[in-house]
Design a protein around this ligand. Structure first.
Ligand code: NAP
Length: 259
């Protein structure tokens, strides 16, 4: 299936590693032009170089997406380079799941800045450009805890639930302008964060993935591949998903108890 993403301009936050980097590669292979951001310059440049070697027209900008001015600069850089925006993927994030009593105000504030306010600000900044392009697609990367928050899952499950409300409300508001807004709810998928966790605990990443799949009881019996996430998000960004808006799609091998 041709996703008809050739020449489209897509912004991916947190695109230097893991799921965001896999998505960027998928988009480059589809002929899209991709702007990536992350805080760490070295890894960002390494990812951007690999994407350019794969033939990509790629912009990489060091950005802390939880800071309003940096969000503004990231979007402006993409618009200055290509003069348009067709898609936005709010992907940057980190795991933050602890017992309620252990989460202080600073941790709540940091998580909401990274996962909610960053998405609010990037969407606000790209909106005039999506309108000017005659429509587009926003994908918010969340976690299955958004629909099914568990014990010891704060602050992330609460930030993610807010992201789901943002997705639905925005889809209602922006639909008339031809702008589709969807969320992808991730279960457990291979990425940089798990590689770092395996290294820190002195085990192989394969052993960690096997343990994660077993302990969490994923019905498909394994942790997901970053490419499987990338395929779903690329589809949601594409005109092939032209009648899909306001959804929150689990990409979790059946793990979530909620449909
Ligand atoms: N993989 C999973 O199993 C899983 C499960 C549930 C939800 N998710 C969500 O999926 C998204 C991608 O996760 P991942 O597993 O691919 O994580 P990852 O491998 O740790 O990659 C995260 C990316 O986000 C960037 N990032 C983090 N904080 C940032 C900030 N403040 N500003 C800009 N960039 C930032 C990182 O680069 P720098 O560190 O250099 O900034 C990196 O490029 C996240 O929102 C995560 O919460 C993933």
């Amino acid at each position: 299936m041709d996703l008809e993403l050739g020449g489209k301009v897509v912004l991916v936050t947190g695109g230097s590693d893991g799921l965001g980097a896999a998505l960027a590669l998928r988009l480059v292979r589809e002929g899209a032009r991709v702007a990536l951001c992350a805080r760490g310059a070295e890894r960002l440049e390494a990812t951007a170089s690999a994407l350019r070697e794969a033939g990509g027209d790629v912009l990489a900008q060091v950005t802390d997406i939880s800071r309003a001015q940096e969000v503004e600069r990231f979007v402006e850089a993409a618009v200055a380079r290509w003069g348009r925006v067709d898609g936005l993927v709010n992907n940057a994030g980190t795991a933050a799941a602890r017992p309620f009593a252990e989460v202080d105000d600073a941790a709540w504030e940091a998580d909401l800045q990274l996962k909610l306010f960053a998405a609010v600000r990037t969407a606000r900044r790209v909106l005039p450009h999506l309108r000017a392009a005659g429509g587009g697609s926003i994908v918010n990367v969340l976690a299955i805890g958004a629909k099914a928050p568990g014990a010891h899952s704060m602050p992330s499950s609460v930030s993610r639930a807010a992201g789901m409300a943002l997705t639905k409300a925005l889809s209602k508001e922006l639909g008339p302008a031809g702008i589709r807004v969807n969320a992808v709810l991730v279960g457990l998928i291979e990425s940089g964060q798990w590689e770092r966790k395996a290294e820190a605990s002195g085990q192989s990443v394969e052993a960690l993935y096997t343990k994660l799949a077993k302990d969490s009881g994923i019905p498909l019996g394994r942790v997901g591949k970053a490419e499987e996430f990338a395929d779903v998000v690329a589809f949601l960004l594409s005109p092939r998903a032209g009648y899909v808006s306001g959804t929150a799609l689990n990409v979790d091998g059946g793990l979530s108890p909620a449909v």
